[in-house]
Design a protein around this ligand. Structure first.
Ligand SMILES: CC(C)(COP(=O)(O)OP(=O)(O)OC[C@H]1O[C@@H](n2cnc3c(N)ncnc32)[C@H](O)[C@@H]1OP(=O)(O)O)[C@@H](O)C(=O)NCCC(=O)NCCS
Length: 167
């Protein structure tokens, strides 16, 4: 039986001590971005990077990495440990990132996702992201990237939009 429902999960800033856990999350299943510890530490050192983890009993089970640049938030990566998926962790983290975006008067939230990544595309669509472009053979294995976008109004609320490309 899963105890996840009764064990508190909290969203928190990613810290240096989280780095090995976050790399393990990233490598735990399909969809790894192959970030290594050095890359993550580099991100933690950038003052425009904002990274959060979902902690369960203090241990990170999911993370999201973003860059805040002017009025844009770029979602670089979001992942949940393969043993903890479909329990709302990625949703919770994206809600947190979007609340941060609203506080900072962000108007555009942007990301790229593999065309075959139905789980992530489903997650993003649940927040109102739409497909605005395709970068052909963007990834090193020649898979296309889908560029997705969420517009926020001046109050930080999602602006309903429609796909600009057909997936
Ligand atoms: C994509 C990913 C982050 C989702 O994490 P998660 O914690 O399992 O997602 P959540 O439980 O918060 O799901 C929230 C919603 O996203 C959508 N979703 C999540 N997984 C899905 C799946 N396998 N298929 C379809 N929709 C899915 C659903 O709308 C879901 O809501 P529901 O469970 O009420 O139906 C996770 O599958 C993962 O880590 N994948 C590997 C890394 C990756 O591909 N990251 C994206 C990089 S761009």
């Amino acid at each position: 039986m899963s105890t996840e429902g009764v064990t508190e999960v909290v969203v928190d800033r990613m810290r240096e001590a989280d780095v090995p856990h976050v790399v393990a999350i990233d490598r735990s299943g399909e969809g790894s971005s192959a970030w290594d510890e050095a890359q993550l530490r580099g991100e933690l050192g950038r003052n425009w990077a904002h990274l959060w983890v979902a902690r369960r009993s203090e241990v990170p089970v999911a993370f999201v990495a973003t860059w805040h640049v002017a009025d844009e938030l770029h979602v670089l990566n979001v992942a949940t440990h393969a043993q903890h998926r479909r329990r709302g962790h990625a949703r919770r983290l994206l809600e947190h990132a979007l609340a941060f975006a609203a506080e900072r008067a962000v108007r555009l939230v942007l990301l790229e996702v593999r065309r075959s990544n139905a789980a992530a595309i489903g997650l993003y669509r649940a927040f109102g992201f739409v497909a605005m472009g395709v970068r052909e053979r963007y990834y090193s294995d020649d898979e296309d990237a889908v560029e997705m976008l969420l517009r926020l109004d001046e109050a930080g609320r999602p602006v309903p939009s429609v796909d600009e490309v057909t997936l």
